[in-house]
Each structure stands twice: as structure tokens, then as C-alpha cells.
Design a protein around this ligand. Structure first.
Ligand code: ADP
Length: 184
């Protein structure tokens, strides 16, 4: 009798359907604030794993507009609005690999826009592999519609009262408006 899929998989050292390992990925970033480029990457990543954890970096080396709580809150609202069932949000501090290990994630997801992102992401991924060889970095290429979106640029547009339709959700646009009018 020919071997069934399960015994063939086991013989080759692969997980069989009955012993499917729970796949968890972490998508880290400053998300100041979350925009449609981020949402696109999160959707693509969520389709590959059982659980995607959006890891909101509390202390990035850049000037922030929103607090950590607010950046996480805007992601939570986005997840509800976009009905992303297997995605949750957690703020974190310290090394991404330490956070990934603490939530038993096997991979770190990063989004790629242009070639300019690549060099930095490549260096970061190699450093993370050195620090945590068991964790794989998955780089996901953005949809062409979001190629030009960056949090820095969209904040500039918001400051100058430009239209953010198609760039951020209505909830994020409202939060930007409120934050910038208070800050003025
Ligand atoms: P950082 O992690 O450098 O603080 P962000 O919080 O802005 O940067 O972005 C988090 C992740 O999302 C990074 O992997 C970044 O490359 C990716 N990203 C940012 N903007 C886009 C976009 N328009 N399309 C796809 N990925 C993006």
C-alpha cells in the first residue's frame, strides 16, 4: 500500500496536518500613525500565519507625533474596522527578537516599499538572524498603490491640511486632525 500524506510528511521531517505547529509572526514598527501601506502588509502577513502580532515600538529613535498608547489604539480600531480576525496589537520596548521570543513567534514581518528600504531592512534582518537564528525575517513587498506612502510624508500633508483619502483610514485622519489642531 502506498504511504499516506501523513506518514510521507513525517518521514521527511515535515509537520503533518494533525500536528500543525501554531504559526505566529510579529510585525514591528513605530506606526506613527498606521497607514494604508501598513494595513496592506498586515493583511498579507495575516494570511500566512495563525496569529499576527502588531508590535508597536514604544521608544523608536525618531520624533513621534502620537503616544505609544494612541498608536496602539489606532491600530486596534483599524483591526476592528478592517475585520482582521487573527491580528492583535501589543506595545513593546527593547529588541524585536526578545519580544518575538516572548510571544513564541517564529518570524518577523517587514514591509518593503522601494529599493531604499531594502538596504536597511537587509542589514536589520541579518543582525536579527545573528541575535536569534531561530527567527526568520519575512519581507513583504507593498502594493503599488502604497509605494509612495510614508508616515513622515503623510504627517507633513496632514499639517498642511492636505487630503489623506486613500492614505489613512477616516479614524486615523480624524486623530491626526485633532492632534495637530491641539498642537498648533
Ligand atoms: P519603522 O519600523 O522604521 O519605524 P514604520 O513604523 O513606518 O517604520 O513601518 C513599519 C514597517 O512597515 C516597516 O517594515 C516599513 O518598511 C513598512 N512600511 C512602511 N510604509 C510602508 C508602505 N507604504 N508599504 C509597505 N510597507 C511599509
Amino acid at each position: 500500500m502506498p504511504p499516506d500524506d501523513a506518514s510521507r510528511g513525517a518521514a521527511q521531517g515535515r509537520a503533518t496536518p494533525s500536528e500543525h505547529k501554531r504559526l505566529v509572526a510579529v510585525y514591528p514598527g513605530s506606526f506613527d500613525p498606521v497607514h494604508r501601506g501598513h494595513i496592506d502588509i498586515a493583511k498579507r502577513a495575516a494570511a500566512l500565519v495563525d496569529e499576527l502580532i502588531i508590535a508597536v515600538y514604544a521608544t523608536p529613535n525618531k520624533k513621534l507625533l502620537f503616544s505609544t498608547d494612541k498608536r496602539a489604539d489606532l491600530w486596534r480600531k483599524t483591526i476592528a474596522e478592517e475585520e482582521l480576525a487573527n491580528v492583535r496589537v501589543e506595545p513593546f520596548e527593547g529588541l524585536v527578537i526578545d519580544f518575538a521570543r516572548s510571544v513564541a513567534a517564529q518570524s518577523i514581518v517587514r514591509g518593503l516599499r522601494a529599493v531604499t528600504d531594502f538596504e536597511l531592512e537587509f542589514q536589520q534582518a541579518l543582525m536579527n538572524r545573528k541575535l536569534a537564528p531561530e527567527i526568520e525575517t519575512i519581507m513583504i513587498v507593498t502594493d503599488l498603490r502604497y509605494l509612495f506612502i510614508s508616515a513622515t510624508l503623510l504627517k507633513e500633508v496632514a499639517r498642511l491640511h492636505g487630503d489623506l483619502d486613500g492614505i489613512v483610514t477616516n479614524t486615523v485622519a480624524a486623530a491626526l486632525k485633532k492632534r495637530l489642531s491641539i498642537g498648533e
